[in-house]
Design a protein around this ligand. Structure first.
Ligand SMILES: NC(=O)c1ccc[n+]([C@@H]2O[C@H](COP(=O)([O-])OP(=O)(O)OC[C@H]3O[C@@H](n4cnc5c(N)ncnc54)[C@H](OP(=O)(O)O)[C@@H]3O)[C@@H](O)[C@H]2O)c1
Length: 283
């Protein structure tokens, strides 16, 4: 199954998408050294059939969205750009929460302006938690603000990111949730039960750091499986995610056209049950 339709929407995307965070440049702080190279990666993604791009206006800040606009406008029909709200990058380059009503509303307008859109197709409320880890605590106030903005027509659908199962349930008591974006990959599998639960509900699970993020996956098992299959370790890691559950959508990040092509080609790999079992042992 190569495509996925977000629940209760008319949005169907290929399961291999693209995460734009790497385009901002070093430390996710823009501008990148070579804006032309970033534009080329985005155009190659779309030319390769990618129709799901993950971004945020706090990447850069602002710069990543401006590059997406420069590279892809007028946006091709069917392209789904998913963004995130809930963070900000002050001039010391740190990552801070931006969770007041005023900050969330401003964040939506920043995304709309920098992407050149009239409405955000999917906006995730990203819980800042403890960095890349989750932290319990009510998110009702922030999700309610996004639900208000949905009613006002500025957001079409809502997702959540970096959440616990309890926070997801709380968000679902306020509004329909179409996707969850959490940290998960071959080596970091804290969300196994959550993924299965979301699959039963038909909700997309979009792992961030699918290749390990700032510390790319490294494993002798992964390398030896890749060598046997004539693929790269990163392709095997992506193929494993695709086979893990039909509601998993991939948004690997790269600043390289060659890596982008490699990542898209991972969709052609099929892993045998024995290979999956071997890879499962990495976690
Ligand atoms: N919701 C959240 O809190 C959150 C947090 C982090 C990220 N995200 C989203 O998730 C997306 C994916 O996460 P990520 O970009 O941080 O990490 P990732 O996709 O796990 O890994 C990206 C790293 O892998 C390298 N890479 C990519 N393809 C490769 C290949 N084929 N071979 C070798 N190396 C390869 C990239 O370097 P090169 O540039 O050299 O290819 C980069 O260093 C982001 O782009 C962002 O949109 C969301």
């Amino acid at each position: 199954m190569n495509e996925f339709t977000f629940p209760g929407t008319s949005l169907t995307v290929r399961r291999i998408g693209y995460g734009a965070m790497q385009l901002a440049g070093s430390g996710v702080w823009g501008p990148p050294n070579d804006v032309g190279a970033a534009v080329a990666v985005l155009r190659e993604a779309v030319a390769s059939g990618v129709n799901h791009i993950d971004t945020s206006d706090y990447y850069g800040p602002h710069v990543t969205n401006q590059i997406i606009r420069k590279a892809l406008q007028p946006y091709p029909r069917g392209l789904v750009i998913v963004t995130k709200l809930g963070g900000r990058r002050p001039s010391d380059k740190s990552w801070q929460p931006a969770i007041s009503r005023e900050e969330l509303v401003a964040g939506v307008h920043d995304n709309l302006r920098n992407l050149g859109l009239g409405v955000l197709e999917i906006a995730n409320y990203r819980v800042m938690g403890s960095g890349h880890g989750t932290e319990e605590g009510s998110i009702a106030e922030q999700v309610s603000v996004l639900a208000d903005l949905k009613r006002e027509g500025l957001i079409r659908h809502i997702g959540v990111s970096n959440v616990t199962a309890a926070q997801l349930a709380e968000a679902q008591s306020i509004t329909d949730i179409v996707c969850v974006q959490n940290n998960y990959n071959l080596a970091y599998r804290r969300d196994d039960a959550l993924i299965d639960d979301l699959a039963r509900q038909g909700i997309a699970y979009v792992p961030f750091f699918p290749l390990g993020g700032f510390t790319p996956l490294q494993s002798t098992t992964l390398s030896s499986v890749a060598a046997q299959l004539g693929a790269t370790p990163m392709q095997v890691a992506l193929a494993w995610l695709l086979q893990r559950s039909p509601n998993i959508l991939l948004i690997p990040g790269t600043s390289s056209v060659a890596h982008l092509r490699e990542n898209v080609a991972a969709g052609e790999l099929t892993l045998s049950p024995q290979t999956v079992a071997e890879l499962d042992g990495i976690a």
